[in-house]
Write a protein that binds this ligand. Structure first.
Ligand SMILES: C[C@@](CO)(OP(=O)(O)O)[C@H](O)COP(=O)(O)OP(=O)(O)OC[C@H]1O[C@@H](n2ccc(N)nc2=O)[C@H](O)[C@@H]1O
Ligand SMILES: Nc1ncnc2c1ncn2[C@@H]1O[C@H](COP(=O)(O)OP(=O)(O)O)[C@@H](O)[C@H]1O
Length: 297
């Protein structure tokens, strides 16, 4: 018997970042939107824990116990006194190290898949607690939709969304390390007072309304200057998307994937074509959101 879970990628429509905390993390006001680009995680009973991965970026995914999917299986098995003897197969479509929470998606997916396979019957609260231990973004991968994350981004409140937003994502030629981008944020902020991160009331109202033009005027990402500082060529991709008619162009989370909000599905196709032809990125995808979080298929 096998269990397969489908898990979406995310884009951050607001990412407000506070000063570095003593534990090295940063307090955030992180407004997540789940978008329809998916990894599929399949777990099958096996002699021992094993991870395999297929997909365009598979070669960059670690297959040892540092893989977030393996860590999720080990964490749940550990709580139940079980042996995490499963073969975890990841069909990966979310770009790796792209700021779209692909690793987090696999962690949440493997957790839900193992919970289902083993019949552990963990409550939603316990699953969310394990997710938060695995990484700041992992709880959101489980719940999907749209949510405000505070603390490290792991404490979630679901948000109302009044419509579907159409996005184009441009994948870059190389990845960016999330810790390196936060360190660059700290370096750029030296000597400045960093305000407490707060969710924008405007942005939350606009999400609830579902109006893409109003959302375009409200999106912000405090990590964008740091990502651009480490990866200056991203400015060319952002300019190409704006030039092609995107309503908003921003770095997705810590990057280097860039995200373009468009008016509708048709406009997204046009922007995607223009970005593809611009020579400023590796690949281009379209995806709409919000979509559901981790789901057994
Ligand atoms: C920036 C965001 C925005 O959603 O995602 P990505 O764009 O990378 O996908 C997240 O905050 C990333 O979350 P996640 O990738 O789960 O990070 P974690 O594993 O918890 O932490 C990795 C490292 O990032 C930094 N980190 C992460 C979260 C946070 N609130 N403050 C931090 O300073 C720390 O250096 C930490 O050691
Ligand atoms: N299942 C996984 N899929 C992808 N990367 C993973 C996974 N598990 C661990 N990693 C590690 O996490 C790093 C960040 O990957 P990812 O989650 O795709 O990016 P981001 O945090 O930018 O969204 C990768 O470089 C990789 O070393």
């Amino acid at each position: 018997m096998s269990v397969t879970v489908r898990v979406p990628a995310k884009v951050n429509v607001q990412l407000a970042v506070g000063a570095a905390r003593p534990d090295g993390f940063h307090d955030l006001a992180n407004v997540f939107l789940a978008v329809g680009l998916y990894d599929e995680v399949t777990v099958t009973p096996s002699d021992e824990l094993r991870v395999t991965c297929e997909g365009p970026d598979a070669a960059q995914v670690p297959l040892d116990r540092t893989n977030l999917a393996a860590r999720a299986a080990i964490a749940l098995a550990g709580r139940r006194g079980l042996d995490a003897a499963v073969h975890i197969h990841i069909a990966k479509d979310i770009p790796v190290a792209g700021g779209m929470a692909g690793g987090s998606a696999d962690g949440a997916g493997a957790l839900l898949a193992c919970d289902t396979l083993w019949g552990t019957g963990a409550s939603r609260e316990e699953l969310l607690e394990i997710c938060a231990e695995l990484g700041s973004d992992v709880p959101f991968s489980l719940v999907g939709g749209a949510a405000l994350g505070v603390g490290r981004g792991e404490r979630l409140t679901a948000l109302e969304v009044g419509g579907t937003f159409h996005w184009v994502f441009a994948m870059a030629a190389r990845g960016l390390s999330t810790p390196a981008v936060f360190r660059e944020f700290d370096r750029l902020a030296e000597g400045r007072d960093i305000p407490e991160p707060v969710a924008s009331a405007d942005l939350l109202a606009v999400l609830a309304k579902g109006d893409p033009e109003a959302l375009a005027a409200a999106v912000t990402n405090d990590l964008q200057p740091a990502a651009l500082s480490l990866f200056p060529e991203l400015a060319d991709t952002l300019a190409a998307g704006r030039g092609a008619g995107a309503l908003a162009a921003l770095v997705s989370g810590s990057g280097p994937t860039t995200a373009f909000l468009t008016r509708d599905a048709e406009s997204a196709e046009k922007v995607a074509q223009a970005l593809g032809a611009s020579g400023t990125c590796r690949t281009v995808r379209t995806a709409a959101g919000p979509v559901a979080g981790a789901t057994v298929v």
